[in-house]
Every structure is written in C-alpha cells, then in structure tokens.
Design a protein around this ligand. Structure first.
Ligand code: UFG
Length: 330
C-alpha cells in the first residue's frame, strides 16, 4: 500500500517524501505545481500533477493506486497574502480540503495527517503553548487551518475517518543531502531572507520591530528543522494505522530565539557581517511563539534530531549557497 502526499513538491512536503522513501515506503505525490517544484519530488515517488479541488482527478488517483493514508500539505501558506486575498485561502485551503475529504470518503480512505500551524493560536496566553490552549487566529491563514481541523472533526464523526493535525512552529533548514531545500517565491521567511544577504541578493535584513517585550526587543520564535517535521508525519501516520484516535500535536523545539539571535547565528555560520536595520513592526506578529511538544514526544515517540539552531542554519546555508535561485536554474 502506498502513502499519498498531497503538496509533495512543496517545502515541507518534499522533505517528508524524502524521509518516507528513505524509510522504504511506497510513495505517491500529487501537486498542482503552483508553488511547488517538480525538481523537489523524489525520483522514486510516483508523481501526479493535479489540483485537490479537482474531485474527478482525485477519484481517478484513488482508483488507480492502493492508498493506505494521506499526508496533506496542499494549501496556501502566506500570512500576509491571506490578509489581502482571504478568499484565495478559503478556496484553496478550505474548499480544497472539503473536496479531498469527500473523495476520501467516497473511496474508503480513512486516515489523514495534515499541516496545521502555530497560527491557529493567534496571540498566545502563555508560552510554551499547549495544544489545549485557546485558539484565536489573528490572520486568515491560521483561521482556515483551524477550520480545516474542525472540518476533519465533523467528517470523522459522520464517516469514521481519523486525522492527526500537526501544528508546526517555524519550519526551517534543508535536507542534509543538499538536494532539496526552502524555495518560496516571493520569500517572506526570516532565515532564507537573512541568507540572501551573503548570497549577494539583498543588501541588508530588516528587523520588523525592536520594541517587543522580549530580552532584546525583537520577536521570539521556535525554529524547527524541516526533517524533524517530516519525521513527525511518518510517526503520525503510523499512529493512525495502529488505531490511534483523532489528535492534534504541536511541533517545535521548545526553545525560543529572537530575530537578532537568528541573525547572529547566520553571521557565524556564513562568516558574512549581514548588515541589519530596524524597521516597523509587521502587522499581526505575536511577540513570542514557543511550543510545548511534550505530547508529540510522549504519544508519537517523536525525537527531534536538530535541536541546535547553528546546525539547522548550516543545513539551510548548504542548500542556499549551492542553489542560489532555488530550483530555478539561472
Ligand atoms: N522577520 C523579520 N524580518 C524579515 C522577515 C521576518 O524581522 O525580513 C521576523 C518576523 O517579524 C517574525 C520572525 O522574523 O518575528 C519570523 O518570521 P517568519 O515570517 O519567518 O515566520 P512567522 O513566525 O511569521 O511565520 C511562521 C510560519 C507561518 C505560520 C506562523 C505562525 O511561516 O506559516 O509562523 O505564527 F503561520
């Protein structure tokens, strides 16, 4: 039986496909290639170019392949864009998941692991954040992810499908092989933006606000290596296969770094001075997001391997310096 990875040509999806193949699993990838890259798909995975909103294409795939469970990354994920174009997020994320779940129900596929986010919490009441803490998203992206979790809950009650939602904190880093890594267009994430400076693609980094109530005034985030996230998906699917009930897990390292600390580590790793300037706060940024991942550790047996940000940044730098234009050859 194969595992279907939707959005397997994207950043976290492609790393999960690599881990699955490394673990000897049979993998089918589907992606519409709107933001993903065909080059990121592991050559041993069977690839289908399709959009999850196309129920006919999904039904055909489920008839053709013997699918044991689905890992679902196929969604839009830019916080800023979700605020200016919320309907795109309702369409791709919520409507897309609705079509997918209908197709899974119709074809008797009853296990799904999917990408959720720390953005479901909004401004946290306390850190580290626990899964039972209040969810009050401050952006439309987080809202659609929370609604996707809830949709799975209702579909589960009606049709017996089971799900695991994985709430990622700040995904970063790249596969150790250097073959795949982060490639967004436009890039909005802190670490790849920092690394554009030593690559000569940007003069300096803008630090969005230095008047937050943190030790150096800049925002604190919990950075987690993409391969550790990938591993958690495999454990979550195995948990469902073993009969595990619906569940939600945070995935982070449980350690917070300020924006200034991340820049300092990147300076050490790259040997470049990486000039930085203070800019306005970015709307909607919580001051601090740190996960408690104790539940994933206890229930799934998850053991993050990359708990040192220096090593995480090294893997990212290894990818970016060898692929300065991502998957595009220029
Ligand atoms: N930042 C800068 N300068 C930049 C880019 C980012 O100072 O040029 C700061 C941000 O203000 C933030 C931190 O760096 O404080 C991290 O920003 P990212 O954009 O890399 O990540 P976010 O924490 O905003 O977003 C991440 C995920 C989202 C998820 C969100 C949960 O990328 O998918 O966490 O809040 F929704």
């Amino acid at each position: 039986m194969a595992i279907l990875v939707l959005g397997g040509a994207g950043y976290i999806g492609s790393h999960t496909v690599y881990r699955l193949i490394e673990a000897g699993r049979d993998v089918v990838v589907a992606d519409n290639l709107q933001t993903g890259f065909k080059e990121a798909v592991h050559p041993k995975a069977r690839f289908y170019q399709l959009d999850i909103r196309d129920k006919g294409a999904l039904d055909e795939l489920f008839r053709k392949e013997k699918i044991e469970g689905v890992i679902h990354f196929a969604a839009s994920s830019q916080v800023g864009e979700s605020m200016t174009n919320p309907l795109k997020y309702y369409n791709n994320n919520l409507y897309g998941t609705m079509v997918l779940l209908q197709s899974m129900v119709d074809n008797g596929i009853d296990k799904i692991v999917f990408s959720s986010t720390a953005a479901t919490y909004g401004e946290p009441e306390r850190v580290p954040i626990l899964e039972g803490d209040k969810t009050f998203p401050t952006n439309c992206y987080g809202q659609t992810k929370l609604a996707m979790e809830q949709m799975m809950g209702w579909v589960s009650r009606a049709h017996g499908l089971r799900y695991v939602a994985l709430r990622y904190f700040n995904a970063c880093g790249a596969h150790v092989s250097g073959k795949i890594g982060e490639a967004h267009d436009p890039e909005t994430h802190l670490l790849p933006i920092i690394l554009q400076v030593p690559l000569g693609q940007r003069k300096e980094v803008s630090i969005f606000g230095d008047d937050y109530p943190t030790k150096d005034g800049t925002c604190i985030r919990d950075y987690i290596h993409v391969t550790d996230l990938a591993e958690a998906h495999i454990l979550a699917l195995d948990y469902l296969v073993a009969g595990g009930e619906n569940n939600v897990f945070n995935l982070g390292n449980g350690v917070g770094f300020t924006v200034k600390e991340v820049i300092d580590i990147a300076r050490e790793v790259t040997g470049h001075p990486i000039p930085a300037k203070i800019a306005e706060r970015r709307a909607g940024d919580p001051a601090q997001l740190i996960a408690s991942s104790q539940k994933a550790i206890d229930v799934l047996g998850w053991k993050p391997q990359y708990n040192d940000l220096y090593t995480i940044v090294e893997t990212a730098w290894n990818w970016h310096r060898t692929h300065p234009h991502g998957f595009k050859e220029e």
